[in-house]
Write a protein that binds this ligand. Structure first.
Ligand SMILES: [Zn+2]
Length: 219
């Protein structure tokens, strides 16, 4: 017996949950000859080609405005299809992921690709790094509670950075923050974040770089 999958159930599992989304996905498969309107099942060997084709043609995005806007910038010719947040390419149902992608897109647009984060814990730094992997934005993070960088180290971090974030809500001894703020050259933009959490940090950086880019356009 040849293994088959039930097409509608498979599409639901791929995130095409609403009738509109399922119809959009189905018509992509039909146009490519992977199925036809009469069929309810397809052979299992077509699953991988079907998955690749759907990924190339359709962009799965949840209903959040932030995700839709970020997705538009990485659409690469694909049409947006609304899916539940857990299947969203941008956030996967996570506010932190959505905020990080939005920040990365805004930073790249503004030509800001090196972020120096002063403050925050190792766990937060690791999560932020993994959320930004492949985004074009790189991070250097200073855990002020665990290390006390020398003035020379602070200068070298600042020479590397396009933008410095002082994450003031987190454990950040004054002597650490001051060694960065005192030495910060005018060429490095500075954002102070007083709220906790990755979503808050990303939101404030996004607002800052978007505002700065808009001001440059007006000038
Ligand atoms: Zn989303």
């Amino acid at each position: 017996m040849i293994a088959t999958v039930e097409i509608n159930a498979w599409l639901r599992g791929e995130g095409f949950a609403s009738p509109t989304a399922a119809a959009a996905a189905r018509s992509v498969l039909e146009d490519a000859g992977l199925t036809n309107p009469r069929k309810r099942a397809m052979v299992a060997s077509k699953v991988e080609p079907a998955r690749a084709l759907l990924a190339a043609r359709l962009q799965r995005v949840c209903g959040a405005g932030r995700c839709r806007e970020t997705a538009r910038q990485s659409a690469a010719g694909r049409s947006q299809v609304e899916v539940p947040p857990a299947s969203c390419e941008i956030c996967g149902g996570s506010n932190n992921a959505a905020a990080a992608r939005e920040m990365a897109a805004a930073c790249v647009r503004a030509g800001v690709t090196r972020l120096l984060i002063v403050g925050g814990t190792r766990v937060l730094h690791a999560e932020l790094k993994s959320l930004l992997a492949g985004s074009g934005v790189s991070l250097r993070c200073i855990d002020g509670a665990e290390t006390t960088p020398s003035k020379k180290e602070a200068l070298s971090d600042l020479a590397w950075a396009d933008l410095m974030v002082i994450w003031a809500s987190s454990p950040l001894p004054h002597k650490v923050s001051v060694s960065y703020t005192d030495e910060c050259p005018p060429s490095v933009a500075k954002v102070t974040v007083r709220r906790r959490g990755i979503e808050a940090l990303c939101g404030e950086v996004t607002a800052s770089v978007s505002g700065a880019a808009a001001a440059r356009r007006r000038a």
